[in-house]
Write a protein that binds this ligand. Structure first.
Ligand SMILES: Cc1cc2nc3c(=O)[nH]c(=O)nc-3n(C[C@H](O)[C@H](O)[C@H](O)COP(=O)(O)OP(=O)(O)OC[C@H]3O[C@@H](n4cnc5c(N)ncnc54)[C@H](O)[C@@H]3O)c2cc1C
Length: 370
């Protein structure tokens, strides 16, 4: 488990970069289990809170591999940005999800599943792994969500909430939309069915749930996503700035501004809290003051006392945006998000057609690699 500090994330990035090419492409679908994974980065919690950025991950890939060799890894990083953009252009999906999640009680069967008491050995082991480590391999997340929905016949919203409670990388967009995708309501009619043979193969024989799974279920029948709206405009701070960091972007820095102080808002979970404290410490080192922990209601007064503009990194649709909505501040977006998010109007296939162009817009140009 990589620790919630930028230095640890950078060290892991450097360590994994040589494997972002053919090793990743060939090995990313298999999960040899905790402690034995070599072909996935396990950096999702760090990029989710932006202890490192998506751009740093893509640059690391390109510094060791050609864009073709690292295509799969780069595409996965852009999946993250695609999901973020998709929800950003459809904030009502999050509102509807939250309302339904808040109104749906946990049933005894869901409770048993979350505690790893279903009798399906692989599922029960993954339930325990999730609670103990805060991480699951991507393929495991797909199998767990699929078994939850189609074999155990539990409400997908309760499953999505369970993931959010435990994952260190818990993310409103990636989680909600991935659960919808498995259920067959994100791309209506197309669901993901976990198959025993696939699990046995990609867990390298650690599990074999032959005969235990419903491999013939139909997709759920719920409304698909609404059409995309427009991306709300961001602000461009220019002056003396009091920088208010939050868990969605702990290393944000408004370039070209005179940052006089750094504040940080409460975070929802211990991993996010530690990541934010590290980001705020690094940012504050560039000012003359120690970082200050602030409640949302105190932020405007804090900035006024410093005679500075209150500036926050943009909080994408999710709980952090909900918790900070009432703060009177300028909200600035990174160039990466500004470029990616408006492209998430339809499916990932048309989005990914833009990747070569997006890579060319990285500055300075990515070095040609091996
Ligand atoms: C049901 C379900 C729920 C999920 N919930 C979350 C969540 O709450 N937060 C979250 O960050 N991801 C979520 N994912 C996506 C994905 O499983 C994780 O991002 C990935 O497993 C992280 O592991 P890694 O860092 O080792 O990934 P790597 O394989 O090393 O990939 C590199 C980076 O690319 C991004 N990435 C990789 N795969 C995906 C993907 N399928 N979708 C979006 N981004 C991806 C991640 O940022 C990751 O760190 C979910 C997937 C499913 C199927």
């Amino acid at each position: 488990m990589v620790e919630p500090f930028r230095a640890a994330a950078l060290a892991r990035l450097a360590e994994f970069a040589p494997r972002m090419g053919r090793h990743y492409a060939a090995g990313r679908n298999s999960d040899p289990g905790p402690g034995a994974r070599r072909d996935v980065s396990e950096l999702s919690a760090h990029v989710r809170h932006r202890l490192i950025t998506e751009e740093e991950m893509v640059r690391a890939a390109l510094s060791h591999h050609s864009p073709q060799a690292a295509e799969k890894f780069i595409q996965e990083v852009y999946w993250r940005s695609y999901w973020k953009g998709f929800l950003e252009l459809r904030p009502q999906m999050w509102r509807e999800y939250r309302a339904r999640a808040d109104a749906t009680p946990i049933t005894p069967a869901a409770q048993a599943a979350m505690e790893g008491r279903t009798g399906i050995a692989c599922f029960d082991a993954w339930a325990r792994e999730l609670a103990e480590t805060g991480y699951l391999h991507n393929h495991v997340r797909m199998w767990v969500a699929s078994i939850w929905i189609f074999t155990l016949r539990l409400d997908w919203v309760l499953g999505a909430e369970w993931f959010l409670r435990h994952l260190h990388d818990a993310d409103a967009a990636s989680n909600t939309l991935s659960w919808r995708w498995v259920a067959g309501i994100q791309t209506p009619g197309k669901h993901y069915l976990a198959r025993a043979e696939n699990i046995a193969r990609h867990t390298l024989g650690r599990f074999d749930p032959g005969g235990e799974l419903n491999e013939a279920a139909e997709p759920l029948d719920e409304p698909g996503p609404p059409p995309a709206g427009l991306l709300p405009p961001a602000d461009t701070p220019r002056e003396r700035v009091a920088l208010l960091l939050h868990e969605d972007d702990v290393t944000f820095w408004p370039e070209g501004c005179d940052v006089v102080a750094v504040g940080m808002l409460p975070a929802m979970r211990p991993f996010a809290e530690a990541a934010l404290a590290d980001g705020a410490r690094l940012a504050a080192a560039r000012t003359a003051r120690a970082p200050e922990a602030l409640a949302p209601t105190d932020a405007a007064r804090w900035a006024a006392g410093l005679d500075a503009q209150l500036v926050m990194p943009w909080a994408p649709v999710g709980w952090c945006a909900d918790a900070t909505a009432s703060i009177l501040a300028l909200r600035a977006r990174r160039a990466w998000d500004e470029e990616c998010w408006p492209l998430a109007r339809r499916g990932f296939f048309p989005f990914k057609e833009n990747i070569p162009k997006l890579l060319r817009s990285l500055h300075p140009p990515a070095a040609p690699g091996r």
